[in-house]
Design a protein around this ligand. Structure first.
Ligand code: BTN
Length: 278
C-alpha cells in the first residue's frame, strides 16, 4: 500500500499521516503498529467509513465535519493504561478551552473521557491497548471531535459540535496541531513520564517504556470536571440498571457512585448516563 505523505509539526516528535478517507484511524494504527510500532505516529482522516466508538459503537465521521485522528504510543508500561484515557480527556479539554474561550465556562468532562459543552458530547476518546509478541505494549489513542456539524442524526440526540457554540467554522488540522503540542507539554513532562508508580523499587519499570502517573491524571481530570461530585447518574452493572449520585474518582481512576440505598459502587469501565434527578 502506498501511504499518503507524512507531515511533521516543527519541533515536535510527531509524524502525521493524513488520509482523505479511511475506515478507522484506530484500526489503521493498530495494524500498522503491530508491524512497525512507531511512537508518536499520528493517523488523521478527513472522513471515516467505520469510525469506532467505545463499547462497539460507531463514531459518526462525515467528511469535513470533524477531527478524526489516532496517536500511537510505544512502548507503554501497561500499568499506565488506565491513566491514558483520563489524560487524553484532560488535554482535549485544555485544548478546547484555550482555542475557544467562548466555550470555556460550559466545557466539562464526563467520566471517563467524554468532553461536553452544555452537557452535550462534543468529543470522545477510544483508547486501545495491545500486547505485542516481542513483549512490549502499544496504545492507540483515538479521538473524535465534532467540529462543523450543524445537525446530527436522530440517533445522536446528545451530540453537539464546536461550530454550534463558537459560531464559526473550525479547522480540524489546526485543532489537531494544538492538541499535539499540548499533549507533548503534558505527557512529555518528566514528572509524568516517570510517575511515582514507576519509581517504586518493587515494581521496576520495563525501561524505557512510557509510564504515566495515574494519581496526577486523576487529580488533573477532577480539576477540569464537575461530573465526579453530586451528579445524578444511571449506569448498568452486571446486567442491572442502577441510579445514584457521583461522589468521587478513586486513585485507581474508578468512578464512585453512592446508590439511593446508601451503598457505594465503584465503576472501572462502562457508560454512565447523566440524568436530571434521582
Ligand atoms: C467514544 O465512543 O466516545 C469514542 C469515540 C472515538 C472516535 C475516534 S475518531 C478517530 C479514532 N478512530 C476511530 O475509529 N475512533 C476514534
Amino acid at each position: 500500500m502506498i501511504l499518503p505523505q507524512r507531515r511533521i509539526i516543527e519541533g515536535f516528535p510527531f509524524s502525521i499521516i493524513q488520509f482523505e478517507e479511511i475506515d478507522s484511524t484506530n484500526r489503521f494504527l493498530k495494524d500498522y503498529g503491530r508491524r512497525s510500532p512507531e511512537n508518536g505516529l499520528i493517523a488523521m482522516a478527513g472522513a471515516q467509513t467505520a469510525g469506532r466508538g467505545r463499547f462497539g459503537n460507531t463514531w459518526h465521521s462525515p467528511k469535513g465535519q470533524g477531527l478524526y485522528f489516532s496517536m500511537l504510543l510505544h512502548p507503554v508500561d501497561p500499568r499506565s493504561a488506565m491513566a491514558v484515557p483520563l489524560i487524553a480527556g484532560v488535554v482535549l479539554h485544555k485544548t478546547l478551552e484555550e482555542m475557544f474561550p467562548a466555550v470555556k465556562r460550559s466545557l466539562d468532562l464526563k467520566w471517563p473521557n467524554d468532553v461536553l459543552i452544555e452537557r452535550r458530547k462534543v468529543a470522545g476518546v477510544l483508547v486501545e491497548l495491545e500486547h505485542l509478541p516481542a513483549g512490549t505494549s502499544l496504545v492507540v489513542v483515538g479521538i473524535g471531535v465534532n467540529c462543523n456539524q450543524n445537525e446530527f442524526p436522530a440517533q445522536l440526540p446528545g451530540a453537539t459540535s464546536l461550530r454550534l457554540h463558537v459560531g464559526a467554522r473550525v479547522d480540524p488540522v489546526s485543532l489537531l496541531d494544538a492538541f499535539l503540542i499540548r499533549w507533548h507539554d503534558y505527557a512529555g513532562a518528566s514528572d509524568l513520564n516517570m510517575g511515582p508508580e514507576s519509581k517504586s523499587a518493587d515494581a521496576p519499570m520495563p525501561s524505557p517504556a512510557i509510564a504515566f502517573s495515574l494519581s496526577k491524571a486523576v487529580a488533573d481530570w477532577k480539576d477540569r470536571s464537575t461530573f465526579w461530585k453530586d451528579r445524578a447518574v444511571r449506569f448498568n452493572l452486571n446486567g442491572e440498571t442502577l441510579e445514584g449520585a457521583t461522589c468521587d474518582v478513586a486513585p485507581s481512576g474508578a468512578l464512585l457512585v453512592r446508590l439511593k440505598s446508601g451503598r457505594l459502587k465503584e465503576l472501572l469501565s462502562g457508560e454512565v448516563e447523566w440524568i436530571r434527578n434521582i
